[in-house]
Design a protein around this ligand. Structure first.
Ligand SMILES: NC(=O)c1ccc[n+]([C@@H]2O[C@H](COP(=O)([O-])OP(=O)(O)OC[C@H]3O[C@@H](n4cnc5c(N)ncnc54)[C@H](O)[C@@H]3O)[C@@H](O)[C@H]2O)c1
Length: 351
């Protein structure tokens, strides 16, 4: 358990006074819709800064974040409870997120939905409830983009599998950290989804986005690849081990699903955002029972903090799996809440 320093406790009290000047704490809370989160939320560059600081704090052990607990009404869907305490941001709260992969096609709803509660760290009382889909949409590609830049900064060709909410957000973020990009290749199982993503994002970024003909094309052309498709207990292993070469960097946000598990086991370095979170999935049977989780070299935050070296040779095959950690949600949520309170935005609800 992380213990706050005397100085941090003073900060918590100072922040409490500020919150109490904006809301009748314990009697009221602030409700923020998705549009309000977007309007008052940090810019992508600010999200990158918040996420970088938070990942580094995580890498140094300055946080409290139990692994997700969840409910699973049927195969391959989940509700996850994701609490976190982030001392550096004076932030505490919990995200309650759902992932239902068939939502977009069957119900016209996003695959990922949820809300987040933010608390006053000095008294514990709830201060705000907000939509967390935008936060998730932003903080996830920020982690990929920071990891990719730390592990293969000279990347010229980046590949993205999955062109949904996360896929598009990844295109917007990756150009902010990989400064030598010449081309981005994208692939989605649905041709029209890939085309729509290119039409939507291309006007916003300078790097050319090209639709790959096959998933193999990306693996053969790109030094750094990411995937945001679907998380399954039985991996799809779409990207075959024999298509993957030495020197590549693979940064999936759908964990075990997309890249052949053989490549994940043979990687020179297997890095994860959180060992506990990955171990939890391994315990639930997401990795072969006889092998378990691949040997973890480091956590992503340790690489970003510089406490463990990232890439040490051009030849290393590196997999950096970021399944998503709530310290980032809570830190970004804190930034939104503080700005909204300052601006008088959102709706105050009685408790
Ligand atoms: N690691 C994290 O922090 C984090 C955060 C949010 C979402 N996710 C995960 O990312 C994934 C995508 O989330 P999203 O919100 O973008 O969902 P989405 O439904 O908007 O997009 C998923 C896309 O993947 C495509 N797809 C599915 N199977 C495919 C396949 N075999 N080959 C190629 N494309 C395929 C779909 O057609 C769709 O366009 C989910 O698995 C979700 O759980 C991870």
């Amino acid at each position: 358990m992380y213990q706050a320093s005397k100085e941090q406790l003073e900060q918590f009290d100072k922040q409490h006074d500020y919150l109490a000047s904006k809301l009748k704490l314990g009697k009221e809370l602030l409700w923020l819709t998705k549009d309000e989160c977007i309007a008052w939320g940090p810019t992508p560059d600010q999200v990158l800064d918040i996420v970088r600081d938070t990942m580094i704090a995580h890498g140094k052990g300055e946080y409290e974040m139990p692994a997700k607990i969840g409910i699973h009404p049927y195969e391959d869907v989940f509700f996850h409870a994701m609490p976190a305490y982030v001392p550096a941001q004076n932030a505490a709260g919990i995200k309650w997120i759902e992932c239902f992969p068939r939502n977009p096609r069957q119900y016209g709803l996003p695959q990922t939905t949820g809300v987040q509660v933010m608390n006053d760290i000095a008294t514990g009382v709830p201060v705000a409830i907000m939509d967390c889909t935008w936060i998730t949409e932003m903080r996830t590609p920020a982690v990929t983009a920071l990891s990719a830049a730390a592990l293969k900064p000279g990347t010229e060709y980046f590949g993205m599998y999955g062109c949904g909410v996360q896929g598009k957000a990844h295109l917007r973020y990756i150009v902010r950290t990989l400064r030598h990009l010449k081309k981005i290749y994208v692939y989605d199982i649905y041709d029209e989804v890939a085309k729509r993503a290119i039409a939507e994002v291309q006007p916003e970024i300078d790097v050319e986005i090209v639709q790959a003909e096959t998933s193999q094309e990306i693996a053969e052309k790109c030094e750094t690849m990411s995937s945001a498709t679907i998380i399954l207990r039985d991996p799809l292993c779409v990207v075959k081990d024999e298509w993957i070469s030495k020197g590549q960097t693979i940064v999936p946000c759908d964990m075990n699903t997309y890249f052949d598990l053989k490549a994940q086991y043979r990687a020179d370095k297997y890095i994860v955002d959180s060992i506990e979170e990955h171990q939890l999935f391994a315990d639930m049977g997401y990795f072969p029972e006889d092998k378990g989780l691949p040997h973890v070299y480091a956590q992503t935050g340790e690489i970003l903090a510089g406490t463990k070296p990232g890439r040490e040779s051009d030849d290393e095959l590196i997999v950096c799996s970021n399944i998503g950690i709530s310290v980032n949600d809570i830190a970004v949520g804190q930034a939104i809440m503080m700005r909204a309170l300052e601006e008088g935005a959102g709706t105050i609800l009685p408790l």
